[in-house]
Each structure stands twice: as structure tokens, then as C-alpha cells.
Design a protein around this ligand. Structure first.
Ligand SMILES: Nc1ncnc2c1ncn2[C@@H]1O[C@H](COP(=O)(O)OP(=O)(O)OP(=O)(O)O)[C@@H](O)[C@H]1O
Ligand SMILES: [Mg+2]
Length: 263
């Protein structure tokens, strides 16, 4: 041990280390021997053309799909999952493109869907609606900086950005959450809500979360990410530091006119 501990800790063991991930769907090779590292407290962007394997890669990380081959380590320990709930238990959760929120339920009901809080009255279990609502208000405000005018409305009546905040709050309400994955979080949002969502992602990173974001918008990627993992036709064609790379370089990697970063 010759190097000082600070620099060792920074780069030593990534929170997430995926190695040699291959995924076949029948005859389709969706992922071909992909490595991915995500470090503590960074925003890692994943970019690539349609069908490049981005969503498949993060669905493997979140336990939705099993890889055909390859391994995943968390903090340097081999980690095997057989379902999405294994990933949640290990502190990895995702907000998907088609938001998995129930439109007719209130924000608080969405936050606790499937894991409702209860209280006991004369030995009978009742839903603890007040505690769920208070927790939802607090999570939205303290973690995400979002205050809704009313909590007693169906989530479908909220704006796109607010609905997304509800979906994110559902993930971050788990205290052990360490890795948040977002698949095209700004795809359905207008400019103002996009900008708010990008701020929110940065603030989650500043709270210490590792955030992995898939995006087709290189402008968004350059605004929020620390590093960029580029996928092309199922392969990783490079990982670059955002600060020392240009938009054009990343675009060239995406379309295949360049296979490694200039840096
Ligand atoms: N469940 C599935 N069954 C069969 N093929 C699939 C399945 N999921 C993905 N694929 C195929 O795997 C490849 C990678 O798809 P994936 O959805 O990971 O791409 P992507 O990079 O997320 O694309 P996009 O930017 O369009 O969302 C594609 O050829 C896709 O058709
Ligand atoms: Mg996708």
C-alpha cells in the first residue's frame, strides 16, 4: 500500500462492475461482451443509437433480465440476481421510460404501491394513509425539492415533470438506495420540465447516489454526466470523461465513424 488512501478510494472499486455481459434474445445478439463500471456519486450516461442495447444492459443491472453470460459485482463482491426485487434489496432501482406509476392513484399511494404502511387499531391492520402521505410529502420536498399543490389528486392530473418526480420519489424513498437507473428521463418532457429533471438528477448525485442515465439527448448528457458509456450495435465502443470530450466525438462514436475516444 504505497498510494495515499484518498486517491485509492476514489478509483479503486466501482459501486457497480459489469463484466463480459452478453444477452441473446433468440437469434438477436442484444449485448455482446459488454463491460460497465459505475462509481460512487457519479452520473454515468449511457448513449447509443436505437437498438444499441442500452435498455437491455440496465434491465440486466436491475434484475429484470438475466444475462446469457457475464457477471455483476457490487462493491467488488459478486452479485447474482434472479429478480428485480433482488436488485431493490441491494440498493439498485430504476425509473423506466414508460413510467410505472398508476395514474388513478394519488402520489402517496404510488410511492407505497405494493409496500403500504399500516397501523394497528384494536388488533386490526389498517392502511396508515397519514403516515404514507407525510412521508411522500417529505421525500418529494427534502430529496427532490418538489412541492405539489395538492397530494389528494390522482397522479394523472400532475404535469409530466411532477409525475416523474413521483416515480423517482418511489425509488429514493428506500433508504438503502445507492444506484438509481433512469431510462430516457427527459424523453417526454418539455424544455422547462427537462431542465428541472436535469437539476434533480444532479442533486441526487450530490446526495451521494450513483445515477445511471440513458439518453438520446447529447445536450442533456453533457449537462449532467461525469462520464459517458457509448454503446453501438450491442457493444461498448468507449467510455469517456464528459469534461474532456466533445459532443462531436461522442456522436462519431455512436454512429461508428470513430471507435475510441480522442482522449
Ligand atoms: N424482449 C426482447 N425480445 C427480443 N428482442 C429484444 C428484446 N428486448 C430488446 N431486444 C432487441 O435487443 C436489441 C437491443 O434493444 P434495446 O432495447 O436494449 O436497445 P436500446 O439501445 O435501448 O434502444 P432504444 O434507444 O431504441 O430504446 C434490439 O435489437 C432489440 O430489438
Ligand atoms: Mg431503450
Amino acid at each position: 500500500m504505497t498510494s495515499d488512501s484518498e486517491s485509492t478510494n476514489h478509483s479503486a472499486v466501482p459501486v457497480v462492475r459489469m463484466r463480459g455481459i452478453t444477452k441473446r434474445f433468440g437469434g438477436v445478439l442484444a449485448l455482446d461482451n459488454v463491460d460497465l463500471d459505475a462509481r460512487a456519486g457519479e452520473v454515468l450516461a449511457i448513449v447509443g443509437d436505437n437498438g444499441a442495447g442500452k435498455s437491455t444492459l440496465i434491465k440486466i443491472l436491475t434484475g429484470v433480465y438475466q444475462p446469457t453470460s457475464g457477471s455483476i459485482e457490487l462493491d467488488g463482491q459478486r452479485f447474482e440476481m434472479s429478480s428485480h426485487s433482488d436488485a431493490i434489496a441491494a440498493g439498485i432501482d430504476a425509473v423506466y421510460q414508460n413510467l410505472a406509476i398508476a395514474d388513478h392513484l394519488t402520489p402517496a399511494e404510488n410511492l407505497f404501491l405494493g409496500s403500504e404502511l399500516t397501523r394497528s387499531v384494536l388488533g386490526i391492520k389498517l392502511l396508515d394513509n397519514k403516515r404514507m402521505k407525510d412521508t411522500a410529502v417529505r421525500t418529494l420536498k427534502e430529496r427532490l425539492g418538489v412541492e405539489l399543490k395538492s397530494m389528494d389528486v390522482p397522479t394523472e392530473s400532475l404535469s409530466g415533470g411532477q409525475r416523474q418526480a413521483v416515480a423517482i420519489a418511489r425509488a429514493v424513498r428506500h433508504e438503502n438506495l445507492r444506484v438509481l437507473v433512469m431510462d430516457e428521463p427527459t424523453a417526454a418532457l418539455g424544455p422547462q420540465e427537462t431542465s428541472r429533471t436535469l437539476q434533480l438528477i444532479k442533486s441526487l448525485r450530490d446526495q451521494g447516489l450513483t445515477v445511471i442515465v440513458i439518453s438520446h439527448s447529447l445536450d442533456d448528457v453533457f449537462e449532467i454526466s461525469d462520464r459517458i458509456h457509448v454503446q453501438r450495435r450491442g457493444r461498448c465502443v468507449g467510455v469517456v470523461e464528459t469534461q474532456t470530450t466533445s459532443n462531436e466525438d461522442v456522436l462519431a462514436m455512436i454512429v461508428g465513424s470513430k471507435t475510441t475516444a480522442a482522449a
